[in-house]
Design a protein around this ligand. Structure first.
Ligand code: MG
Length: 453
């Protein structure tokens, strides 16, 4: 009796020891019950994971090599030489983002594990209790993308590999054609097509034809508003857009995909009526028909026309995407990725889109840093429901500050195969281009009323 009790205790001890090696080896150990079996099922070295690394500091790097304020977050770690970069650019209020990063985010992050991105995103998101607006979301995006960069470096893989690998060899892009007349826009489209682009966004003047008018702004003559305020004539704009499409289609043919951005600046029913007139020109998408305050008008828009719609550039919170996507109110997710908090939330929205056949179209203007453009590109390579990417080109000054930037060829964007996001920053060069605080963008009607974008 005593002997058999001893045998049972020994077997139990062996079983507990083996369960510690992982569930599969533990179960096998229970049945095999010998030290030799335990050695056979030891976790192989390649599957053992990596030693923990902690965050040493989080800081903002502010630079404006192309004129637009750019903010990049640098996360340094306890591993010598290992750091990550992320885009936190909110160009219009850049100084405030710098403060949020250096004064709050650094303190919150120091000493935490670099590996737990999902946990870090959620804990930063609720750490100020009130949910994030654009300032804190951009700061969070910088942290999030920097942690993905670090994870890629630790894994020895580009970030797109960590997101599932390539779904396409490179990233189809659109770029911008412009001109003061429809004929000038058509010339511009032809030139872009000659460079290999198959997708072109067409605009006449600035958004809403701003700057392409000879019409006079009464508010300016009355001395109302600031000198730099822009004037937009909604009627002239609404009439001009079908004309641009007509002239460009006639000149450039049916093969090129045409896009246009309303930039939320017109009355909802006027936008709907204008989009209906574009049906015969087969647009690839029409962007941002309504301001975020006018989302309910989508029901009317979808009943009125089948023209594909891109929306979401001004959304801040990922929950803003939920019901419009479930209701299939738009076809392309137009997101400013740093504005919603980085790669982690962008992947969630992209995956939600896959269920509803809604595709990605990340916002990629000049006021996104090369790190941010690279983050877009890594997601674009990986997700199945990729739609289109806004192309980017970098000046020589920008490439003196940032190395490893995404590249363009024949209308496709590519990233390098360097582990992480593949972009680095020269802080000495960055310091040569200080950021500014003058970033106000006001557009008014003839009588001076402010137009909501
Ligand atoms: Mg836009």
């Amino acid at each position: 009796m005593v002997k058999s009790e001893n045998n049972f205790s020994t077997q139990r001890r062996n079983a507990i020891k083996m369960m510690g090696l992982g569930s599969a080896s533990g179960l096998l150990g229970l049945f095999g019950s010998s030290e030799a079996n335990a050695a056979t099922y030891e976790t192989p070295s390649y599957a053992k994971g990596m030693a923990p690394v902690k965050i040493k500091s989080v800081k903002a790097i502010a630079t404006a090599p192309q004129g637009s304020n750019l903010i990049v977050v640098k996360v340094e770690t306890t591993e010598p030489g290992l750091y990550g970069l992320g885009c936190a650019t909110f160009t219009q209020r850049a100084v405030v983002v710098v403060t949020a990063i250096n004064s709050y985010l650094n303190d919150f992050c120091v000493g935490k594990d670099v590996d737990n991105i999902e946990d870090m995103w959620n804990s930063v998101y609720v750490s100020s209790y009130w949910r994030n607006g654009p300032v804190l979301n951009n700061a969070l995006s910088g942290l999030d993308e920097a942690l993905w960069d670090i994870k890629g470096k630790r894994a020895g893989m580009p970030v797109y590999q960590l997101l599932g690998g390539k779904s396409r060899f490179a990233i189809p892009c659109y770029t911008h054609a412009n001109g003061k007349t429809p004929e000038e826009v058509a010339d511009s489209v032809q030139g872009i097509m000659d460079r290999g682009f198959k997708y072109v966004r067409i605009q006449q003047g600035g958004y809403g034809n701003v700057g392409a008018l000879n019409d006079k702004a009464d508010f300016k003559e009355a001395g109302f508003g600031a000198e730099s305020d822009n004037y937009m004539n909604e009627n002239t704009y609404l009439k001009s857009v079908p004309k641009i499409f007509e002239v460009v289609r006639k000149r450039c043919g049916e093969d090129v995909e045409l896009l246009h951005d309303i930039h939320e600046r017109v009355q909802p029913m006027n936008a709907i009526n204008m989009i209906k007139k574009l049906e015969e020109y087969n647009p690839f998408f029409i962007e941002d028909p309504f301001s975020p305050e006018n989302m309910e008008w989508f029901k009317q828009l979808r009943q009125s026309t089948s023209v594909p719609i891109a929306m979401g550039e001004l959304f801040n919170n990922i929950n803003e995407f939920k019901m419009p996507m479930v209701n299939q109110w738009f076809d392309f997710i137009r997101v400013h990725v740093s504005q919603i908090g980085g790669i982690t939330p962008a992947m969630k929205i992209a995956r939600l889109g896959e269920w509803f056949n809604i595709k990605t179209a990340w916002h990629g203007p000049g006021d996104v840093s090369p790190v941010g453009h690279s983050a877009h590109a890594h997601i674009d390579l990986a997700v199945w429901n990729f739609g289109i990417q806004e192309a980017v080109s970098f000046s020589d000054k920008m490439m003196e500050v940032f190395s490893g930037c995404p590249t363009m060829k024949d209308g496709y964007m590519s990233v390098n195969e360097v582990p992480g996001l593949g972009v680095d920053i020269n802080e000495k060069e960055a310091a040569k281009y200080p950021i500014g605080t003058k970033s106000n963008w006001i557009v008014r009607k003839k009588d001076g009323t402010v137009i909501r974008p």
